[in-house]
Design a protein around this ligand. Structure first.
Ligand SMILES: Cc1cc2nc3c(=O)[nH]c(=O)nc-3n(C[C@H](O)[C@H](O)[C@H](O)COP(=O)(O)OP(=O)(O)OC[C@H]3O[C@@H](n4cnc5c(N)ncnc54)[C@H](O)[C@@H]3O)c2cc1C
Length: 424
């Protein structure tokens, strides 16, 4: 890259963990940065399940991108949905017909949940990825309890009180633990004609155990801890149908009005935009330096990419991996601007895996040490507060957790919309 008269334009698509890291790390460099996102906010997804289960307000886990980048004069923010990339003419294409020129492009558009070829299940089994998803899930759960209180027919009432979570990864486990506490403990006093302890929380996992990304010992601990809280765990039975009537898994049919989807991952359609090679989940197969084959000016990072840079293993789809890749790309662009062209391969450093089980226990696998129980829960809380952006947000979340921990009162219990797919 020669010294141009107009600054080098770096376009970043996606203001998630990866994209935002690139913007922060390049701020102050002799480049013009334009960060484009379909939403005006950056979302702290690790705490999304808490917004979905009425523990935190949505404003406590998401912040305007403009505000987060306001200090950096060389960064501008665009609110737009990207639908394509013209790689020949180096333009990013917007859904509304607009376009944006780039010299370097970083695609960090993340992933969504996947329904294994059954997208028709989505209206009945919403997944958790965006703020809108969290609000939908929260509304459905609270609405189900309202309907259960009014229902006089025992069978129909039972269907309103069956909360099914599909997928035994960290998100499924965290949802199950929090929902069972919400129903069995926190909401008991609010309902006078309904014993909310009769609600069943059923966690369905197709594999032989929950939490396959954790050691067998920690997964066993989590399994027992969830059961102690009252969660029913069904292993080894894949879900074969979801509808307004309920869920079918293995040979079993369960009537339910609340199915939450926490299984499967499908990357954003970046591979289609770039005509790039991809794996089955649609993640772009990137070069060792995170560029797209044949396009050294285009990087794909985070959940949208697949790379075997963890001692030969695929890099996991977690926030710290996206941030590390963001740092790597910013360093590569700075190097290129200085005229150093040799690409540097990306190496992933695993910092740890964490998951909570309700508000009293967690499991943590740092590799060199494994923690579980109450101490791990406090540790989990400290780690998440540390990674939140801004002092005000850290204080607000710490205060909300302290309140829930001591009083059991989850205050974000608002039903803001109702769904026809649930009430059918
Ligand atoms: C419920 C849940 C819980 C999680 N818990 C943890 C956890 O505890 N710890 C952990 O490390 N990781 C966790 N993760 C995973 C972690 O959040 C992701 O790995 C991380 O967000 C990936 O970062 P990213 O930058 O690749 O994508 P994202 O952070 O998902 O950001 C993608 C951005 O791209 C934008 N975008 C997408 N498509 C377009 C488009 N067409 N046009 C414009 N903008 C677009 C999106 O709006 C979004 O802002 C969790 C994920 C979820 C869903």
């Amino acid at each position: 890259m020669n010294q141009p008269s107009v600054p080098h334009r770096v376009v970043i698509v996606g203001a998630g963990f990866g994209g935002l890291e690139v913007a922060h790390r390049l701020a102050g460099a002799p480049v013009r940065i334009i960060i484009v996102d379909q939403h005006n906010h950056h979302l702290f997804q690790p705490l999304l399940y808490q917004a979905a289960t009425a523990s935190l307000a949505v404003s406590e886990i998401a912040w305007p991108v403009r505000h987060l980048l306001q200090r950096h004069r060389n960064v501008s923010t665009v609110l737009a949905m990207v639908t394509g990339v013209d790689t020949a003419n180096r333009k990013v294409l917007y859904a509304d017909g607009g376009e944006l020129d780039y010299d370097s492009l970083v695609v960090a558009t993340g992933a969504r949940h996947a329904y294994f070829g059954h997208d028709e299940w989505e209206p009945y089994a919403p997944g958790l990825k965006t703020l809108a998803d969290a609000v939908t899930i929260r509304s459905r759960m609270l609405f189900a309890l309202e309907m259960a209180e009014r229902e006089t027919d025992p069978e129909r009432r039972a269907a309103w009180l069956n909360f099914v979570i599909v997928g035994g990864g960290p998100t499924g486990v965290e949802l199950a633990g929090t929902i069972v506490e919400l129903a069995h403990e926190n909401l008991r006093k609010d309902f006078h004609a309904l014993d909310t302890r009769s609600a069943r929380v059923i966690l369905i996992e197709a594999g032989p155990r929950i939490l396959p990304g954790f050691s067998a010992e920690l997964a066993r601990y989590a399994h027992t801890a969830l059961e102690r809280l009252g969660v029913e765990i069904e292993l080894g039975r894949p879900v074969s149908a979801c509808s307004a009537a309920g869920v079918v898994f293995g040979e079993r049919r369960l009537a339910t009005k609340v199915i939450l989807w926490a299984a499967g991952v499908q990357a954003s359609p970046a591979a289609d935009w770039l005509q790039a090679p991809a794996d089955q989940a649609g993640r772009v197969t990137v070069e060792p330096d995170l560029t797209v084959p044949g396009h050294p000016e285009i990087f794909v990072i985070g959940d949208a990419a697949i790379i075997h840079a963890w001692h030969g293993q695929p890099v996991p789809g977690i926030a710290s991996a996206a941030k590390q890749q963001g740092r790597h790309v910013a360093a590569s662009i700075r190097k290129r601007l200085r005229g150093e062209l040799a690409p540097r391969p990306f190496r992933y450093q695993h910092t740890g895996s964490l998951a909570t089980i309700g508000k009293r226990a967690a499991i943590i696998d740092f590799g060199w040490i494994k923690l579980r129980g109450r101490f791990a829960w406090w540790m989990w809380g400290l780690v998440h507060i540390y990674f939140l952006i801004g002092v005000r947000n850290r204080l607000a979340v710490a205060l909300s957790w302290l309140w829930i921990y001591t009083t059991g009162d989850r205050s974000a219990r608002l039903i803001t919309h109702t769904d026809k797919d649930q009430s059918e």
